[in-house]
Design a binder for this molecule. Structure first.
Ligand SMILES: [Ca+2]
Ligand SMILES: [Ca+2]
Length: 239
């Protein structure tokens, strides 16, 4: 199959033995050239495909995805209205809080109701505490000077003293209201009090301006067994 016939005008047709080697070497050269070129081309194509297409796609999508957020920003300008609403809310909260509507024999101050139990129904501190719970409230917790003044003006214009909901009955020196909170805020101790004299763990509020105004509705710790009137405080509607 490697024999090649060649016909010439001067020599006629005959087998030529030289062609097969040259043809085979040429074919080898072609094979290597095509092999080498085919080996380099796929690498170029694959690399070019890998670099061009992904970058083109990846840059195209972020560009399109960044546009919608810009629309959101423009639409978020509509949230200016909620801020206008929020500025309206403080205006409504600046209005005076509604006064509590209290049942008969209870007096309203702020959002709470108060009732004085006079010395005719005097109790020791623990029993006074329970009695306030039985009517839906607690022994009074006084949290501001205005509240202390309200009690003074309402109940303390005659000589006397009344239990309030403050004690260090659980641990000496650790004052707590009957709702379990500590004495961390407002307080109005009489000068020299609390002194725990003879083991005093329960607190009374003293009379106000009565008789030379010598106590001014200040607080004193007393023995819890002392029989005193007391002041209850509750939210409207609690029974
Ligand atoms: Ca004490
Ligand atoms: Ca005392």
């Amino acid at each position: 199959m490697n024999i090649v016939f060649e016909c010439r005008l001067d020599t006629g047709c005959g087998a030529v033995s030289e062609y097969p080697p040259t043809v085979s070497s040429a074919s080898k050269a072609l094979d290597t050239s095509t092999a080498s070129s085919s080996a380099t081309q796929p690498a170029d194509v694959s690399s070019s495909e890998a670099t061009v297409i992904p970058t083109a796609v990846s840059t195209a999508y972020p560009a399109s995805t960044t546009q919608p957020p810009q629309r959101d920003v423009s639409s978020s300008e509509g949230t200016v209205i909620p801020t206008a609403v929020s500025t309206a809310l403080p205006a409504s909260t600046s209005q005076p809080p509604p006064l509590a509507t209290c049942e008969a024999e209870w007096t309203s101050f702020g959002s709470s109701c108060y009732k004085l139990y006079t010395s005719t129904s005097a109790q020791n501190w623990k029993k006074a505490k329970v009695n306030c719970q039985n009517v839906g409230g607690k022994l009074v917790k006084i949290e501001t000077d205005k509240e202390n003044d309200f009690i003074k003006n309402e109940y303390l214009n005659t000589k006397g003293m009344y239990w309030i909901g403050l004690s260090d009955i659980d641990k000496e020196g650790e004052w707590k209201w009957t709702d379990g909170t500590g004495l961390t805020g407002y307080k109005k101790w009489k000068s020299g009090q609390p002194n725990n004299k003879g083991h005093q763990d329960c607190v009374a509020i003293l009379e106000g301006d009565y008789n030379v105004g010598h106590h001014n509705a200040e607080w004193n710790d007393l023995k819890c067994s002392k029989q005193l009137g007391y002041i209850c405080k509750k939210s409207p509607g609690e029974k």
